[in-house]
Design a binder for this molecule. Sequence first.
Ligand SMILES: [Zn+2]
Length: 442
Amino acid sequence: MQILSGLTKDTGGGIESQTKEKAVEIYPPKMYSLFSMKHIFAIAAMAVAVLESAAFEIYSDFPGGNIDIVEKGDSGAKIRQQYRDSDWWFYWSFGVKGAEGRTLTFGFVDSGDVIGSRGPAASFDGGKTWKWLGAQGVKRKKHSSSFEFAFPDGAKDVRFAFCLPYMPTDFDAFAKSAPSLKKMPLCKTRKGRENFAYSLGNPDGKIKIFLTSRHHACETTGTFAMQGILEEFLKKGGAAEKLLKDAEIVAVPFMDLDGVLDGDQGKGRKPHDHNRDYTKSPIYPSVAAFQKLYNAKMEKAEIAIALDLHAPFMFRGADGDSDNRAYLVEGPIGSKVENLRKLSKILEAATLKSGEGAIIHLQKWDVKYGTLWNTPSNMKEVTCSAWAGRHPKAAFACTVEIPYTDCVGAEVNSESLRGFGANIAKSLAEYFAAPESKESKK
Ligand SMILES: [Zn+2]
């Protein structure tokens, strides 16, 4: 370290001149120049070795990346998530290169405790696959948190994130495996990207099921669940597939595509976020385009359900916290609440049959209108589900909250999230198959 700081300050000159002085005392001039060069090379080699060991790199220049480096040192770094145009929120995602074989601590400073109950998510293959590191290396304080990680010898490049990422490339890979999923242009985003909607089933079907996620860019669990819903509908011979004779699924996986790719929090974006934009004149092209698509599809519909898939607040592992539950958010609209409760009950039964490790849903977890944060306000009136639910043909529309890390002890991961989605699909099939569905439409 002394060599390192000497080199940094003196750019090598100081060390070289000291060596020369010493050499002059002992050796005759010709020998001196030869030997001192050896010294210089040896010291330089040592310095390079020290420099290399300190020179791990923190980066976030990839889709979904989000981090500020406050301070970097030998033992790790002080970092902070970027809020950008949101108030405080907890999403972050970064990579570390060149730290193989070392143990480093990454501390979030002045940015709250932003590590979930299962520690950071990590990827060792450039973001293709992810797993939770566990909470054993996590230290929590009221306004900060940190995690320590021992990089294995071969781990030249490791990604860390608050949650399990789900990016457009993930959806594209899934869509490739499902040729019957029809890709439709939705809109050009504010930043000029092409955004897409997807259709599955019978476009002339009288039942329409709308699925949306990432109105809040960071809420990745909703898109995993969406994939699970679609996978179940695609399964040959299942009850969900049978429903497609009469039904069309319309899905928009990335409502805030720019936010997802840029690694924004998205939640609470100023002047308002995508899920507070369902006004007569939306400011986000994807919201305007979804409204248009919804209304056009509804012309052929007799009945519809719209599920807007979200994640609740982060869960840090405290007892009595409700952010480790999967639940529906009830709306205010008269008899339509009964339709929501009917699906909720079916979904509860389906998830409870799913065995160990499944993300379960209990109807009693649903947040009733007028309770907690689910209270009447101007802002609640302009959410996707409030807007979609007002359509006369809508049986109901609601927000589905799917936790980031834990569901009452079950690990949230790609498999359990997609399993939860599969249960939503099966429940939708049962909902529309049940004879009383026509009654409850009224
Ligand atoms: Zn949300």
